[in-house]
Design a protein around this ligand. Sequence first.
Ligand code: FAD
Ligand code: UDP
Length: 370
Amino acid sequence: MFDYLIVGAGFAGAVMAERLASCDNKKVLVVESRHHIGGNTYDYYNDDGILVHKYGPHIFHTNSRDVYDYLSQFTAWRPYEHRVLASVDGMLVPIPINLNTINQLYGLKLSSLEVNNFLASKAEKKDRIITSEDVVINKVGRELYEKFFKGYTQKQWGLDPSELDASVAARIPTRNNCDNRYFTDTFQSMPLHGYTRLFERMLTHPNIKVMLGTDYKEIEGLIPYKKMIYTGPIDYFFDYCHGKLPYRSIEFRFETFETDRYQPTGTVNYPNEHPYTRVTEFKYLTGQKHIKTTVVFEHPKALGDPYYPVPRPENAELYRKYQLMANNKQNVFFTGRLATYKYYNMDQVIAQSLTLYKKIALITKNERPT
Ligand code: FAD
Ligand code: UDP
């Protein structure tokens, strides 16, 4: 008899498994439909011996010391600050838009103060910021919106920015300084030996068994357990009884080149040309030295593995129906990007599971006979 059946071996499930096994001595079965652990962060050495991320580039960044310290038990780190260039008007310029971007794009030599005025003169102030179009136009105006955001967002989501919540484009700030980094978080580093190794160390506890290549519905009723942690898509759990929640998918096309370097930075975004959104060269992220290099082209698509919850009001409404059912489910706990239908980064998912663990530990303590 397992104490917990944990569905999904991504960060959401692995954190729960590790905490319950090592802090509470619980017996845990992790069941994973794919043939590997790590969820969407899974990495592996390809045929040329280059470490690549199977489900697209994953860069770790967080402001949470708790999350960073927690993960540091399972990995050493390689400091890495991600920098992204966008291909706009025949140039490669920094994104998020900053002082360098504006000066390069318009052939100017503005100072920080002057760029504030420049952007203010372009911005179209909105009374209410509701959509991703609103959030960008309100800050930088229509011209920069069309150069950097409109086309990229249409490709990425299959929707116009005016059809998506403001929170999506709000992930990308605007800066009046020369900080070319994609993220400004306190902690920015990559697991020194990759994500898969990190997960192996999280899941080695003798109380944890991992069953790969198995959908949990195949074993339900066959393997006894007391409680479940569910990290898969919430609509699948409830057999789509309210209809399907939309998730955006991506086809990752990998290519290896017989050259040391392919592009000038970790990621190049293509808002306006090509069917793909961005190209990432893994060696920048991992620090690996190799005479060849592998890059991944991201081609967004509607069908396929569920990667991105789609933040817009009607989807939030549909999710709430499932959430109500989830709240009423005794002994099943939902956590992670798919099970809570939230556009979360890795650190947010880890924090969510650490919080859920604390909640469960408290419930368990109160259940114990005194
Ligand atoms: P997942 O990693 O999706 O894990 C869920 C697991 O459950 C999967 O392995 C799935 O196979 C399994 N599962 C589902 N249903 C079943 C079932 N019925 N039975 C058994 N198993 C099941 N975050 C960052 O912080 N930085 C980044 O740079 C970054 N880049 C990203 C790039 C892309 C292209 C994508 C898609 C995401 C990116 N993220 C990034 C987000 C990050 O991937 C997620 O926050 C994190 O991996 C979510 O973890 P999770 O455990 O909730 O979900
Ligand atoms: N975005 C954009 N142009 C860019 C980068 C981002 O329009 O050059 C928008 C787009 O809608 C994207 C969102 O901002 O989906 C969030 O970007 P982020 O890089 O955070 O996406 P992720 O890494 O999660 O795919």
